[in-house]
Ligand binder design. Sequence first.
Ligand code: HEM
Length: 318
Amino acid sequence: MSINPSKAQDVWKDVGESVQFTVLKFKDLPRQELHDAIVAFADRSQAIIRSMRIRDTDLAAATGLKVAFGFSNHAWDILFPNTPKPKELETFKGVKGPEYGMPGTEGDLFFHIRDADHAAVYETQAQFMRFLKDYTEVVDSTQGFRYFEGRAIIGFIDGTEAPAVEDAADYALIGDEDPDYENGSYAFPQKWRHNMDVWNHMKTEVQEKAVGREKFTDLELEDEDKFENAHNVASQYEEDGEEKKIVRMNVPYSDPAAGVTGTYFIGYSRHWTVTKGMLQNMVDQSDFLLTFSRILNGQLYFIPSRDTLAQIADDEFK
Ligand code: HEM
């Protein structure tokens, strides 16, 4: 078998315009109760998504509802202790470099919901919570948005060197290296908060050296014109001399009146080692983005294929 994107959740395309990121953790309840709730939810969630797609006015548009949800290693141990795990599923314990670190934080369930219409995003998460609220507590809930021209909130076009949509599934979906979990994906959400005053006081030329690209045109700078710790240098990751890619769908979030602004990073990959390698390189090289930012949370989640969700719904995972 080879990968089949139609069997996957929405992990390989469509950043969306209105975006909801939710991290939940289980309440301290008997294991069997949590297991039964998730078995029921695996079925319910797919019906909710189908129903929302009928109700959503953007039904046919590429901007229509997209949903991915999955489990952390911690959740798997509680829910399915007798079922072998996806090969690369582990608890992210954080990475450290000489000056900066990235924490690994708590979370059992992760949701990434997006649409052109915020009402559809709201309704989907609200319906999910009807079935989950008795079993979970909210660790983080963040609403992101598409900024002008798909720019990151720091003003640069985001996603240029991520795989084009035609190739994205190959980078995001698990293949026959782990046949039981084919068409699943490893999701790594990470919430950053930026000190926008510091960033906005830098001259455009300095910002361009920090990102490694021109701000208006998005053209890449020559290597000698970038800072050594430019983001597009520090985040690169190679294996056997080959540059590796992941599918990135970051969006900004902000509460401008409260002075809170950041980037919600989300990367989907076929191999968690690739995303983890990028994170390690960023801290090892003190990526410029880290110099004016604080990282609030981050954890690895396995996003099951729709076939795997159906097996969970049939209570095949013990
Ligand atoms: C605050 C968070 C972040 C922001 C605002 C941000 C923004 C950007 C921007 C503007 C680019 C250049 C355009 C592009 O190629 O997409 C870029 C490139 C890239 N970013 Fe990020 N990013 C963030 C975090 C991360 C993290 C956590 C990772 C890794 C897990 C990452 C991995 C990459 C990679 C691999 C590239 C392409 C490098 C290349 O080959 O040129 N980014 N990012």
